[in-house]
Design a protein around this ligand. Structure first.
Ligand code: ATP
Length: 293
């Protein structure tokens, strides 16, 4: 049987409001996910035994065993649909690892879709399995721009007008998402940060307006002070992007990737030229998509 290839985007959080800690250890979130044109490609094919291979510019540090989220995704789908021969999963990785861009979750979403296609499973089960695998996996399936509540797995697509032009600056280090949330809890206990920002009314309107300057003014990340506390070097990255001409810059999700919103594509190219390791990307883009052979 021929391999199935799935392309899946990274995300930035246009808004990340972090509410209280829930009894299950997760924080209650009000977030706006936005899929951007920086992709991993996940290929699944029938094999004698389960296996994961990772290649590409962001491959370093990605696990290749059963702790890779794609392995867990394949096993979960196989157990749920009582089907599934072993598969070999190959990840061509461009999304920075532990970068706050949900790369692992994106790969898991792609693996769910690819295995469902390979095994002839009904894709209707995928959103539920995605939510079981992790907070950001469900968004990887749908892409676009979406409000995420609960721990991020309850999604409502948001209408937007036009495209947004981004400059993405990955760091040379990662921040584990758990560390960022723990640091936020610590800063909150000290009274060192503002209360949770759980209202996205302004951002919703800005997205419909199609005006990048309005979207820029509405970007917000409650986790940013925690990321800056853990990685003070990010202050300089944010300042450099703004100085280079971005409308606004934020830490993406739990960091440390910084995302800069620019007025248009030429502006994004100019800003990217001034920042080391920067890439340009537009959004929104679709979620996990099966590619032609
Ligand atoms: P999020 O934005 O969802 O918090 P992130 O972008 O900060 O996630 P990931 O790139 O998803 O972080 O990786 C977090 C950790 O998950 C990695 O350090 C790695 O050990 C593990 N991991 C498991 N599977 C994958 C995968 N397919 N790609 C990347 N990391 C993976």
């Amino acid at each position: 049987m021929s391999p199935t290839r799935v392309r899946v985007p990274a995300k930035v959080n246009l808004h990340l409001g972090v509410g209280g800690l829930r009894p299950d250890g997760f924080h209650e979130l009000v977030t706006v996910f936005h899929a951007v044109g920086l992709h991993d490609v996940v290929t699944v094919q029938v094999a004698d035994a389960m296996g994961v291979r990772v290649s590409g510019p962001a491959a370093a540090g990605v696990p290749t065993g059963s702790d890779n989220l794609v392995w867990r995704a394949a096993e979960l789908l196989a157990s749920r649909c009582r089907a599934g021969s072993p598969v070999r999963v190959e990840i061509a990785k461009q999304i920075p690892v532990a970068g706050g861009m949900a790369g692992g979750s994106a790969d898991a979403a792609a693996a769910l879709l690819g295995c469902a296609r390979l095994w002839g499973a009904d894709p209707v089960v995928l959103p539920e399995l995605a939510a079981e695998l992790g907070s950001d996996v469900a968004f990887g399936l749908v892409g676009g721009t979406a409000l995420g509540t609960g721990r991020g797995e309850l999604l409502e697509p948001l209408p937007t007008t036009g495209e947004l032009h981004w400059v993405l600056v990955p760091a040379e280090f990662g921040i584990a998402a758990g560390d960022a949330y723990r640091e936020l809890d610590r800063l909150r206990a000290e009274g060192a940060v503002p209360p949770p920002a759980l209202d996205v009314t302004g951002l919703r309107a800005a997205l419909v307006s199609g005006r990048p300057d309005e979207v820029a003014a509405a970007l917000h990340n409650d986790l940013e002070p925690a990321c800056l506390s853990l990685a003070p070097a990010l202050h300089a990255v944010l300042a450099a992007g703004r100085k280079a001409g971005a409308l606004a810059g934020i830490v993406s999700g739990s960091g440390p990737t910084c995302a800069f919103l620019c007025a248009d594509e030429p502006a994004a190219r100019r800003v990217a030229a001034d920042l080391p390791r920067a890439t340009v990307a537009r959004g929104p883009v679709p979620g996990a998509t099966v590619l032609g052979r």
